[in-house]
Write a protein of this length. Sequence first.
Length: 184
Amino acid sequence: MRKWWLVLITLIVGTSSAATVWKWVDENGVTHYSDRPVEGAEAIELGPVQTFPGQRASTAPRSASPSPTSAEPAQAYTRFEIVHPTQQETLWNIGGTLSVEVAIEPPLAPGHRIDVYLDGNRQRLDSTSNVLQVPEVYRGAHTLQAAVFDENGRELLRTLAVTFFVQQTSVLNPYNRTPPARRN
């Protein structure tokens, strides 16, 4: 039942720039919300809905023009994605170094480089390989994107963001199933 009230509130807020919602707590301590006043309810004025523009992710080159130093135009990439780590994957005990693998078709053009953005920060690896090693990645939640850059440093293409988690086993964890090594 509470779910339906939340849906109703969302619809009310979504269809108007500002709305009044009524809030009350019943005798069992359960909080309720309504679009209609109820005896003992408190009026809450909801302001306009705050929105954020989404980040445009593209699988097509951002610049279709050939580079001036190329003899023939660069072929458009038809596939560019991160294949490791996968979306929502938990990585255990990586020792601070993240191995990233990307799939790119056709193969990387001469002069083009691959780099990654970890948590929004470009790592400046400038690799020609589809397997990259990102240093200093420690436990926690992270986002990762890969990008192709031309010989002039212009970004041509970027993958969708992948969110992954890094965990580290600790001997201080009482639920650690691996006992610490014995000392003699």
